[in-house]
Design a binder for this molecule. Structure first.
Ligand SMILES: NC(=O)C1=CN([C@@H]2O[C@H](COP(=O)(O)OP(=O)(O)OC[C@H]3O[C@@H](n4cnc5c(N)ncnc54)[C@H](O)[C@@H]3O)[C@@H](O)[C@H]2O)C=CC1
Ligand SMILES: O=C(CO)COP(=O)(O)O
Length: 334
């Protein structure tokens, strides 16, 4: 089977190499033509994944139509806010039999939609059962070194989720399946916001107690949003929930934790983001989730605090004090 990977950042490149090394014929599409030429010339992604050589079965292209032509599976690995624009370059009618697997994490800012909903919006000829996501604790830097990693393939169709599992599974990249695509997507998106909060705590010089509090109470607000959007609360105890939350809040590789750390040290969001070459999805997702939670009446105090620090200039010390001095609560909700 031919597979198209759309997006040649660190994650798209890592997955394209993994699949090509498994023997699939893979087309990796980069949205800038000059970048596609550079990748093909050096057979390496110097910008996003310098240590990894491309196998011969990996083809690089700057032409999205040729990338998806005859592909049995399309992996979308562009930043969440560029997904709609990227998919709109495709002709929906030729993709009815294709499985689309989104690996970007986030919620669309303008619509509040999950990314699998964006896929169905832009490509109405595709059935919901043909859409999947692949989420979980998986930093590209470690996956590309074949370090043990576990992820979850989620689709409303178990058959589709199992196909994605078959395609990606290796002895170092273990793929589980889940049919709760709502829960997996919401959990995998909210974890980036909580990771910014964890980074802020690091930047302020707080220790392990504060980090554990952010992870645990972050999980509580993640669960409330999952339930509010119709997902299964059990999903948050899985790889896309607690799994990805732990890795992103603790990892030195995490871009979201890094953004938070810099904010905690007193830098402005603009300054941090303009000096980063990689995407931090928690930033737009914070805006999208605050709007969603207000609409649904879901209480998400850490997320709101991150919003106030990122977009309203609230000093981090004041935000933490406000969180700590909220009215006392029961730990578990009815
Ligand atoms: N890097 C990682 O370890 C992981 C990343 N992800 C997710 O994968 C998605 C992609 O992330 P990375 O590969 O890390 O990004 P990256 O920051 O390494 O690279 C971003 C890529 O998106 C491209 N891009 C930027 N604007 C674009 C546009 N308007 N249209 C098309 N492409 C555009 C850039 O050229 C670049 O190739 C994100 O949603 C991220 O959360 C998920 C799991 C692991
Ligand atoms: O989703 C990820 C790991 O599972 C990547 O997280 P960062 O974008 O914060 O690096």
């Amino acid at each position: 089977m031919k597979i198209a990977v759309l997006g040649a950042g660190s994650w798209g490149t890592t997955l394209a190499v993994l699949l090509a090394e498994k023997g699939f014929s893979v087309d990796l599409w980069a949205h800038r033509k000059e970048f596609a030429l550079e990748l093909d010339r050096f057979r390496k992604n110097f910008r996003y994944l310098p240590g990894v050589l491309f196998p011969d079965t990996l083809h690089i292209t700057g032409d999205i139509s040729s990338a998806v032509e005859d592909a049995g599976m399309i992996i979308t690995a562009v930043p969440s806010q560029a997904l709609r624009e990227t998919l709109s370059l495709l002709r929906a009618s030729s993709l009815e039999e294709t499985i689309i697997v989104n690996v970007a994490k986030g919620i669309e800012l303008d619509t509040g939609r999950r990314l699998s909903e964006v896929v169905l919006d832009v490509l109405p000829a595709i059935l919901p059962e043909k859409v999947a996501v692949l989420y979980g604790p998986s930093h590209a830097e470690e996956v590309s070194e074949r370090q043990p990693t576990t992820v979850v393939a989620a689709s409303s169709s178990l058959e589709t989720a199992k196909k994605v599992q078959d395609v990606f599974h290796t002895s170092a990249f273990r793929v589980y399946v889940n049919t709760d695509i709502v829960g997996v997507e919401v959990a995998g998106s909210v974890k980036n916001i909580i990771a910014i909060a964890a980074g802020i705590s690091d930047g302020l010089g707080f220790g392990d107690n504060a980090k554990a509090a952010i992870i645990t109470r972050g999980l509580a607000e993640m669960s409330r949003l999952v339930v509010g959007l119709g997902g299964d609360p059990m999903t948050v105890s899985g790889l896309s929930g607690i799994g990805d939350l732990v890795v992103t809040c603790l990892s030195r590789h995490s871009r979201n934790r890094y953004v938070g750390e810099q904010i905690g040290k007193g830098r402005s969001l603009d300054d941090v983001v303009t000096h980063m070459k990689m995407v931090a999805e928690g930033v737009p997702t914070t805006k999208a989730v605050v709007a969603l939670s207000k609409k649904l009446g879901v209480d998400m105090p850490i997320t709101v605090a991150v919003y106030e620090m990122l977009f309203e200039g609230k000093p981090a010390e004041k935000a933490i004090l406000d969180l700590m001095t909220r009215e006392p609560k029961k730990e578990l909700e009815e």
